[in-house]
Design a binder for this molecule. Structure first.
Ligand code: ZN
Length: 75
């Protein structure tokens, strides 16, 4: 019984991966072939040739939510 598929990351690997930016949990989104941070930063890391690229410089930031910025909170 060989259930190995290409470009499928093992749960063991996902368990040891952590977001380099915020140390958050990483989830593999197979439909997008991206590793998405479930922590604070929500960065999206690419997978190239089946290898997770856990580099902050390579990560996509989530769509910015400008409503989170509250100028009145800055004193
Ligand atoms: Zn993160």
């Amino acid at each position: 019984m060989n259930s190995e598929k290409p470009y499928t990351l093992s749960q063991t690997l996902l368990d040891i991966l952590a977001c380099p930016a915020c140390k958050g949990k990483i989830v593999h989104v197979e439909t997008e072939q991206k590793l998405v941070c479930q922590g604070e930063c929500k960065r999206r890391y690419p997978i190239r040739d089946g290898i997770p690229v856990m580099l902050i410089d390579e990560a996509e930031l989530p769509a910015s939510d400008s409503s989170r910025h509250s100028p009145s909170a800055v004193s």
